[in-house]
Design a protein around this ligand. Structure first.
Ligand code: SAM
Length: 277
């Protein structure tokens, strides 16, 4: 079964509207393959029936959720893009902790947006535990969000195979314990992370996210177009505390999309910060 050009265009527009994800012609093969197997699994005859189901018979939103789970790309592993994490650990985190220490509030909030199966959120938890020993007496919250329920279920288990953990520096492997099938993040580190379903394209959900010191949204917005990216970044701006940092992936530039954040150079890296500390 192949989608017709019209069916493809209707589906990709629906996905863009609901999820912000852009499926242009170059991704037609990927989308076609996933949708046609979903149509077969549901026992439907063709994509028109599937479009009807999504448009008129999906009151619960369950099928839209199944579609979201299907079309997202979830590639991730621990300590991905190490250089960026190093500048977070060596420069940004100490700066924000020092500023917070001058106030009565012993808390630090990090949002890992588009966390996939959780490796990035637990990486941040390991870094916090390692570079900030007093974290035990602070309130540390790492909110790990994704739209895909399947990956969030895996994030909650916090158990990973060799591929996910191969980048963990030897000095930090004490944060993992061996299990029968892989490695699990130890409870004192894992307890910093809480998972939550959140669609970056849902304004109301985005407005509920506030008072974060750091937002990591790496390798997520590459699947969005500039308009959806700008929307998401504006929400991130509102979600950050003054002096808070935003981290996108290496290939993604905040400055090209919005001028809301101040560009700062530190340790050879370009960082984007919300003014006001
Ligand atoms: C390639 S993974 C990146 C994982 C991790 N941030 C990293 O850099 O290793 C992209 C994640 O973004 C999520 N995602 C895509 N569109 C989203 C949306 N509209 N709302 C929330 N999450 C979304 C996907 O489900 C996927 O798990």
């Amino acid at each position: 079964m192949e989608l017709t050009a019209e069916q493809y265009s209707k589906l990709s527009r629906l996905i863009y509207r609901k999820l912000g994800l852009l499926f242009d012609e170059k991704k037609a093969y990927f989308l076609n393959k996933r949708i046609t197997s979903r149509i077969a699994a549901l026992g439907l005859n063709d994509a028109d029936e599937y479009l009807f189901l999504l448009g008129f018979r999906d009151l619960s939103g369950d099928e839209m959720q199944a579609l979201a789970n299907l079309v997202t790309t979830n590639e991730t592993y621990m300590f991905r893009e190490f250089d960026q994490l190093a500048v977070f650990a060596d420069y940004c985190l100490p700066e924000v902790i020092a500023a917070r220490s001058r106030t009565p509030h012993r808390s630090l909030r990090i949002w890992c947006a588009g966390c996939s199966s959780g490796e990035e959120a637990y990486t941040l938890a390991i870094i916090v535990r390692e570079v900030f020993p007093e974290s035990e007496s602070w309130k540390i919250e790492i909110t790990a969000t994704d739209i895909d329920e399947n990956v969030l279920a895996r994030a909650r288990v916090a158990e990973y195979g060799d591929r996910s953990v191969k980048g963990v520096p030897t000095a930090y492997t004490s944060h993992l314990t061996k299990t029968a099938t892989g490695y699990r993040v130890i409870p004192t580190t894992a307890s910093l992370v809480r998972t939550m379903k959140l669609n970056l394209s849902e304004s109301q959900q985005m407005k509920s996210m506030r008072h974060y010191d750091f937002i990591f949204c790496r390798n997520v917005l590459i699947y969005f177009d500039d308009e959806s990216r700008r929307n998401v970044l504006n929400h991130f701006y509102d979600a950050l505390n003054p002096g808070g940092y935003i981290f996108l992936g290496h290939s993604e530039s905040v400055g090209r999309i919005t001028s809301a954040f101040r560009l700062k150079k530190a340790e050879g890296h370009l960082l984007y910060v919300k003014d006001g500390l």
